[in-house]
Ligand binder design. Structure first.
Ligand SMILES: [Zn+2]
Length: 229
């Protein structure tokens, strides 16, 4: 799945360059203010957290494709996960802050090719990020930068997809979990089977409880279900 942006409101205040190997994202008082939620750009595992002199409160996430994302200047003590925790694309990992050396609150995002966390291993994150319908893009950012977009269908993430509702008939097309709060989808045996959505747990890791008249089969993300009716 494509990476998303680390903030809902997208305003690039400092671009990637040889002397600034990351992108800075600012904030707006109209869209949540200066302590807004910071999202993991994709599924992964919290690889490291540290307090850096310049970067302040930092979190590193190792993604399933091997790349590592770094979020810096996070608000003090706002981490929502600890090292080793599994996170999803769009999980809120912390709040924006102004820790370290900054002129104002922002999120600094760097992207490493792999777990070699040297400066020389950083790439420009922008071509790797995709905006979707949930984002609000600052007008001057839109004019100045080439922002990738993904379609609505691709942008269905771990959060509840409004197109699926209780009672819908669905075909199981991907792995699933044993509970809505599981951290991993390990079950596969029902792939291909037809079931119904019994209940939706808003905001849970695996929000869709799926089953039939004889009981619950498992808990799913939207991307493991295909709507049949
Ligand atoms: Zn920066």
């Amino acid at each position: 799945m494509n990476n998303i942006f680390p903030t809902k409101y997208i305003k690039i205040t400092n671009n990637y360059s040889s002397s600034h190997k990351g992108i800075d994202f600012g904030w707006s008082s109209s869209y949540g203010g200066s302590n807004v939620s910071v999202f993991s750009i994709n599924d992964g595992v919290v690889y490291k957290t540290e307090i850096q002199k310049k970067g302040g409160y930092c979190m590193y996430i190792k993604h399933d494709n091997g790349m590592v994302s770094l979020y810096a200047h996070l608000k003090k003590n706002s981490y929502k996960f600890k090292v080793g925790d599994r996170v999803n694309r769009g999980s809120v990992i912390a709040n924006m802050g102004g820790t370290g050396v900054v002129t104002g609150n922002h999120v600094h995002l760097s992207l490493y090719k792999n777990t070699n966390l040297n400066d020389s291993n950083k790439v420009n994150p922008l071509p790797y990020l995709y905006a979707n319908d949930s984002n609000i893009i600052n007008s001057s950012t839109k004019a100045k930068y080439k922002i990738n977009y993904e379609s609505n269908q691709q942008s269905s993430n771990n959060n509840t997809d409004n197109s699926l509702k209780v009672g819908d008939k669905v075909q199981i097309i991907g792995n699933y979990a044993s509970s809505s709060t599981s951290t991993k989808a390990v079950n596969k045996k029902l792939i291909g089977a037809t079931r119904y959505i019994l209940k939706i747990y808003q905001g849970r890791n695996y929000p869709y409880q799926v089953g039939n008249t004889t009981g619950v089969s498992g808990y799913f993300k939207a991307n493991s279900l295909k709507k049949l009716s």
